[in-house]
Design a protein around this ligand. Structure first.
Ligand SMILES: [Zn+2]
Length: 473
């Protein structure tokens, strides 16, 4: 309140201009997911805040795993050593992998390595015949087996060319004995495999999970499921252990096509262990439940991020920049710049842009009575602009240090009837539990997952990547 009041006269004009420019300047060009129509706001309950049933997180897409190379648990066996000869002849065959760059064609790639025109045409024709109308996207790897020229003027011969745009599908062109080329499409069966990843917290929980071998998307989902219940600041300490159970998809030749969907997870906090279990009730969507079958979902996230610590609480304090005592009308969460900030509840964006001392700021309206505000962002989340609806847990921006701030952190405010209240003091209602006919199947699933959290095959553990955090404002 005071922060805003003090800076308002000085910054109002600048803020208005900056807001207008800021909205235009910081918005990403595309709007990836069409936002659902805003749900009607229900009457506000007596004390615990209840929102319309939150929607499930956006589905995990292959884009979430772009660049993922698989877990490399089983390195490809090296070819058996050939019996040693006194002077082994230099091999006249070799493998070459080339990336198709933007504007490239297979013909151009082959011409670049001096493959003769007649061969290039044949290879291209054979490949088009099996690709049909499909196009090979830039960035795709083209694997070649080449025979070196036998004389100084001869051109290299392509023995085989293959491209695998999807893990379950490979297109291969082979040279025949008569020097012609023919194409072949190979498909691989894809089947699920259940694995577990174990780690301990060092840096953020998400980083710790990725370092231990879990995909980032699964860790994000785990953190979201935990965040209704776990106070990450007070409860989650360095060294605390977690296990996530993942369902990977693996092809019949051992390639991981999906690095793992979160089935269940367990986080050991000092005094208690929090368990989350994925379950789809009859006619509903996937949700996470605790071991008793109670939904983990509450109307608001306890903290709007996987933050490392609260660096400044709600109330009167000495202002670090202004230098005198003033009301701190929110809570500060210290976290590295770029840490995703999540919508605490489902709602509508009413403000997204520069706002004086708040820097880059997002305000959400959840009901007519309840709102939340997020300050000092480095940038906005994809598609975040005034008027759009957001799901609970959707990324609305990223931690930064814009506005009146001494270092990267999130300034988080909670409004009731337009007034700031202490976000950490609010009580939020729990959503429904598994019931009726679903209960028996939930118990079976939960029993299976709880056992697999202990005994499913483990993914190879990487090295934890500790990362420093936290500055105040
Ligand atoms: Zn603050």
């Amino acid at each position: 309140m005071a922060l805003l009041a003090l800076v308002r006269p000085v910054l109002l004009a600048a803020a208005v201009v900056a807001l207008a420019i800021g909205i235009v300047a910081v918005l990403p060009p595309q709007n990836p997911s069409p936002a659902p129509a805003p749900a009607p706001a229900p009457p506000v309950a007596a004390r615990p805040i209840v929102l319309p049933a939150p929607e499930t997180s956006p589905p995990v897409t292959p884009n979430d795993f772009r660049g993922f190379q698989g877990f490399q648990a089983n390195p490809a066996p090296s070819p058996p050593a050939l019996p040693s000869e006194p002077e082994p002849p230099a091999s006249d065959r070799y493998d070459l992998t080339l990336r198709l760059e933007k504007g490239d064609t297979i013909d151009k790639i082959l011409a670049d390595i001096d493959v003769g025109e007649a061969d290039r045409k044949q290879i291209d024709r054979a490949l088009q015949a099996i690709l049909k109308k499909r196009r090979i996207a830039p960035g795709e790897e083209i694997r070649l087996e080449i025979q070196t020229p036998s004389g100084p003027s001869d051109m290299p011969t392509v023995l085989s060319l293959s491209v695998r745009p999807q893990p379950e599908r490979e297109f291969i062109v082979n040279r025949q004995d008569d020097g012609s080329y023919s194409g072949e499409e190979k498909t691989y069966r894809v089947s699920p495999r259940i694995v577990r990843v174990q780690g301990e917290r060092s840096g953020s929980l998400e980083q710790s999970g990725v370092a231990a071998g879990a995909p980032s998307a699964a860790m994000t989902e785990f953190i979201r499921a935990l965040s209704y219940d776990v106070d990450f600041q007070r409860e989650l300490k360095v060294g605390m252990k977690f296990t996530v159970l993942l369902e990977q998809l693996v092809t019949s030749d051992g390639k991981v096509t999906h690095p793992g969907r979160l089935l269940a997870g367990e986080l050991a906090l000092g005094k208690r262990t929090v368990t989350v279990i994925r379950f789809r009730p009859n006619g509903g969507a996937d949700q996470f439940y605790n071991a008793r079958g109670e939904s983990v979902v509450r109307s608001f996230l306890r903290t709007p991020m996987d933050a490392s610590k609260v660096t400044s609480r709600f109330g009167m304090r000495e202002h670090p920049i202004l230098g005198y005592s003033a009301m701190h009308a929110g809570v500060d969460f210290g976290a590295p710049s770029g840490t995703p900030i999540l919508a605490a509840g489902a709602g509508k964006v009413t403000m997204a842009g520069y706002n004086g001392g708040y820097g880059l700021f997002v305000k959400l309206e959840h009901t007519r009575e309840i709102g939340t505000g997020y300050g000092h962002m480095s940038r906005l989340g994809p598609g975040i602009k005034p008027g759009v609806s957001v799901r609970q847990g959707q990324v609305i921006g990223f931690v930064g240090s814009t506005g009146m701030s001494t270092g990267p952190h999130l300034h988080y405010e909670f409004y009731r009837g337009g007034r700031q209240v202490n976000p950490l003091a609010q009580k939020f209602a729990m959503q429904a539990s598994v019931g009726g006919k679903d209960l028996a199947s939930f118990k079976a699933v939960a029993g299976q997952y709880l056992a697999q959290l202990k005994n499913a095959p483990k993914v190879a553990v990487g090295k934890p990547d500790p990362q420093a955090a936290a500055v105040g404002d």
